[in-house]
Every structure is written in structure tokens, then in C-alpha cells.
Design a binder for this molecule. Structure first.
Ligand code: SAH
Ligand code: SF4
Ligand code: F3S
Length: 467
């Protein structure tokens, strides 16, 4: 047997990229590739890139500078190494990447990576290969399934892409250009993928998409299914204890999704619902197509369905024309909602987006100042949310042994890390934990009941989050 070739993938950006990186490994496995964590001994290095902000996309070029040295060194030792740039920078910049960094052999967009084996062959024969079209065919339909051993090695929590692309065209955002139009995968394919994951020990599924709650996939009955319907179906797959979805747009929250939170115990009461700004004037300039009041109403509907629900969000500060008054409206919205956590970013003009042409920009100093004030508020809300768990008994899905010997780490319904002293047998189980203290962002506690012997799932009994 020939020695396996090694592939190293470095991913930037969102969950979609994390998922895509795994699927690239699956695509290359039949070609004899195994994954390595070390770029120095790899035969193929893939940078799976993100274009969302300037900083993210510039990182790629500094990384390529480092890789050029590694590649040249390998060549001196008579070993060929290929470098591929995948992901959203590949889609946005195409050939330009090879002009700027001639060490790159392959440029492949997010809709074409199922062609990696052919692109690799073409790079070998022609010196380079570029593919950034949006093919008509369904990439997911032609991706090989992961091996059972690969699934087990990836742990008990898994992302599954159910929807890709975005038709919303927020004026600041590159995603509609890099990922293309909104497309939903058929229900039957998603169910097959998740069943395979659950059969190999995965207990938590996060359905992902740039606009996941715009999901409108073909159901087995021929009708179009919504995300709410899909969640109902996925919850019946034996072994699936927890269900999440990300990222949602406030405009696409329908009653079926709200009801899924009310009716399905496996659907976790934690929703990432980006709002970007609290100012209606800025929201309009961003083309978000909702007001701050619309957003508050959506939050109220969720809270009405499930009172223990918590939220996280994304914010942009310093969008062009943002005044002190606009920013104050953002702070007021945050104060009113009360988040379990949130991400906030300084506005970064992106080539080709409408907002990049807006003249009245906010200075970097003002942006820095606003970002710091917003992050202080969010941090204090997050600290209060975490502290509120002390003294309570909460369900934790255990993921893996922690760095501290004897400790096992898992996550609460709200994705807070929780540590207990216990046997590694509890990995994969949902168990009640009495929370005693908080160390930075981690909850520390003790199992509230003696651990069960490890289970092989035959029923969906762990889907209950009763404690
Ligand atoms: N689909 C999601 C998120 C997409 S990108 C949504 O609709 O909200 C993730 C986050 O990056 C966005 O929510 C936004 O807060 C941020 N972002 C996107 N473009 C940006 C830009 N040009 N500058 C700064 N932040 C940006
Ligand atoms: Fe970007 Fe807006 Fe689409 Fe989200 S909804 S991916 S922010 S264009
Ligand atoms: Fe970045 Fe592309 Fe995701 S731009 S955030 S990797 S969709």
C-alpha cells in the first residue's frame, strides 16, 4: 500500500467554513489523504478563508508568505507540496490570489470544493487550477460520506449545513457575493447525514446556514418544509439529544420555528439572532428590512413560547453615517434585551458592497470608543447571565476530558462550558450538574445524580431536558 498523503486545513471565519473543512477532508479521503495538524509535513495545505472583514481576508496573505517558505524548503528536500486557497476570499478574488501569491497552486470557491481531487490533478499537469464558478449541481450530493472513524474522532457535537447562501444583500456584507444565492438541501439528504452522525456517537446537531431560518427544502412528501418542520423531523432521529441552529435572520422567524422551541425538548433555548444596530435609520441604510421594534417583537414571541430562552447577537459599530444618537439606540436596545453574550465588530468596508461607496464614514477613533463601550455592556450582561447559574442544577452534555486531570467538560443549554470531576464514561451523556462557582467563562460544579453506565442509544430518552 502506498503511504498516505497528508492534508492540512486551516479554517477562518464562520461555522460554514468549519463544516466545509471537514467535508474537504472527506472528499480527499478516497484519494488516500489523511489529515495532519502540522503544515510542515503536509503534501497539501488548504487555507479555507473568510472575506467578511478586511482583517480576516488580509490574514490569508501573511499566512501564504509563511507557507511559501515551507513549500520552498520542502522542494529543496525533493518533496512536492501544493497550496490551495479555498473559501470566501478564493471566491471574491479568484486569479488575483495567484498574481499576489504565485506560490498558490489551487484557488477553489466554496461551491466547488467537491472538485478538489480533479483540481489537484489539474494543478499537477498545468501548474495551477482555479474554479470559482457557482456550479448548477448540488455539491453536497456528490460529497463522499465521512468514515465512521472520522465522525467518532470529531466528537459528540457536529455541524450540518442545511442551507447555503443569502439573498438578503445587507449593504455591508459580502456573503451574497461569495456564497451565492440561497439554496436549501432536501430533507431526506439531511436526515441521512444526521442519522449517520448519530449512529456514530454524535449527540448534538447544529443545523447551519448563512440564513438558516430561511430554510425551505424539499420534504419527503414533495412539499416545501420550513426550519420548524425540519427540527421536528431531526428530533426523532435516535441518539440526537440536542438540536441547535445558526445563523437566523430576524425577518425569517416564523411561527413554526417559535413553536419548535415550545414543543421540542431537544431544541435548545438559546438563539443567535443578529440585529447589527438599534437605530432604525442605520438598519434602513444597512438594508436589514426590519426595525428595532420588529426585532424586539420577535424576541418577545420567543420568550412567550419558552421563558428560559436566551439570546446572542452580532453588532456592527461605526457603519457609515452612524451618529452618537444612533449608537445610543444600539446601547439602549442591548440594555433592554439583555443578552447571554454577543459579538461586536467595527464596520469594515468590503469591495463591491453598496456601503463601501458611502462617503460619510466614522473615524477609527470613534469606532474604537463605541466598540469598547458596547463590549463593556455586553460583557457585564454575559457575566450576570453566567453568575445566575451558580446554585442551580442545569443539564450538561459532556464532551471530553478537560485539561485538568480528572475533570470532564461539557456544555449547558446556553453553550456555557461546565466542568465536573467524573469518569470519562460520562462523555456523550446529558446529566444534571449542580453549579457551585464560576471561573472566568466556565461553570464549575458536581454531578447532581450518580452517572449512568455508558449508553448505546436505542431510544431518544436522553432528548428530555427535564432537570
Ligand atoms: N448571516 C448572518 C451573519 C453573517 S456574517 C446575519 O445575517 O446576521 C457575521 C457577522 O459579521 C454579521 O452578523 C455582522 O455583524 C458582521 N459583518 C458582516 N459584514 C461586516 C462588515 N463589512 N464589517 C464589519 N462586520 C461585518
Ligand atoms: Fe450578510 Fe445580511 Fe445575508 Fe447576513 S443576512 S449573510 S449579514 S447579507
Ligand atoms: Fe466569512 Fe464566508 Fe463565512 S466571508 S463569515 S467564511 S460565509
Amino acid at each position: 500500500m502506498s503511504t498516505p498523503r497528508k492534508v492540512h486545513i486551516k479554517s477562518y471565519g464562520c461555522q460554514m467554513n468549519v463544516y466545509d473543512a471537514q467535508r474537504m477532508v472527506d472528499t480527499l479521503a478516497p484519494e488516500g489523504f489523511v489529515e495532519t495538524q502540522n503544515p510542515d509535513d503536509a503534501d497539501l495545505v488548504i487555507l479555507n478563508t473568510c472575506h467578511i472583514r478586511e482583517k480576516a481576508s488580509e490574514k490569508v496573505y501573511s499566512e501564504l508568505g509563511r507557507l511559501r517558505v515551507v513549500k520552498d524548503e520542502a522542494a529543496r528536500n525533493g518533496r512536492a507540496m501544493n497550496i490551495a486557497v479555498a473559501g470566501c476570499v478564493a471566491q471574491a478574488e479568484g486569479e488575483e490570489i495567484i498574481r499576489r501569491a504565485p506560490t498558490v497552486d489551487i484557488v477553489v470557491g466554496p461551491q466547488s470544493y467537491h472538485h478538489l481531487p480533479q483540481l489537484l490533478a489539474r494543478a499537477r499537469s498545468d501548474g495551477r487550477a482555479i474554479e470559482t464558478e457557482f456550479p448548477i449541481e448540488d455539491k453536497f450530493a456528490s460529497l463522499p460520506q465521512p468514515k465512521a472513524t472520522a465522525i467518532r474522532a470529531r466528537g459528540i457535537s457536529s455541524f450540518v449545513t442545511v442551507q447555503e447562501g443569502c439573498d438578503k444583500f445587507c449593504t455591508f456584507c459580502v456573503v451574497p457575493y461569495t456564497r451565492g444565492m440561497e439554496v436549501s438541501r432536501p430533507v431526506a439528504r439531511i436526515i441521512d447525514d444526521i442519522t449517520r452522525l448519530a449512529d456514530n456517537g454524535v449527540r448534538e446537531i447544529t443545523l447551519i446556514g448563512q440564513n438558516v431560518n430561511a430554510y425551505h427544502g424539499e420534504g419527503p412528501d414533495g412539499a416545501t418544509w420550513s426550519l420548524g418542520q425540519l427540527l421536528h423531523r431531526v428530533a426523532t432521529i435516535p441518539g440526537v439529544a440536542r438540536l441547535r441552529y445558526s445563523t437566523s435572520h430576524p425577518r425569517d422567524v416564523d411561527d413554526a420555528l417559535i413553536e419548535a422551541h415550545r414543543d421540542i425538548p431537544a431544541v435548545m433555548p438559546f438563539v443567535h439572532l443578529p440585529v447589527q444596530s438599534g437605530s432604525d435609520r442605520i438598519l434602513a441604510a444597512m438594508n436589514r428590512k426590519h426595525t428595532a421594534a420588529d426585532y424586539r417583537r420577535v424576541i418577545d414571541r420567543f420568550r412567550h413560547a419558552r421563558e428560559d430562552i436566551a439570546f446572542s447577537s452580532d453588532f456592527i459599530v461605526g457603519f457609515p453615517t452612524e451618529s452618537e444618537e444612533d449608537f445610543a439606540a444600539t446601547l439602549a436596545l442591548v440594555a433592554q434585551i439583555g443578552y447571554a453574550g454577543a459579538y461586536s465588530f467595527k464596520y469594515s468596508p468590503r469591495p463591491g458592497t453598496p456601503a463601501a461607496d458611502m462617503r460619510e464614514t466614522v473615524t477609527t477613533t470613534t469606532m474604537d470608543h463605541r466598540l469598547a463601550r458596547l463590549q463593556d455592556l455586553i460583557d457585564s450582561q454575559q457575566a450576570a447571565f453566567n453568575a445566575a447559574a451558580i446554585g442551580k442544577t442545569v443539564d450538561v452534555l459532556f464532551e471530553r476530558p478537560a485539561r485538568n486531570p480528572g475533570q470532564i467538560v461539557g456544555r449547558t443549554a446556553y453553550l456555557q462550558p461546565a466542568h465536573v470531576m467524573a469518569s470519562p464514561d460520562i462523555v456523550g451523556q446529558v446529566l444534571p450538574v449542580s453549579i457551585q462557582s464560576l471561573e472566568r467563562y466556565s461553570l464549575i460544579g458536581a454531578l447532581a445524580v450518580p452517572a449512568q453506565p455508558p449508553q448505546t442509544h436505542t431510544s431518544n430518552s436522553l432528548a428530555s431536558t427535564g432537570a
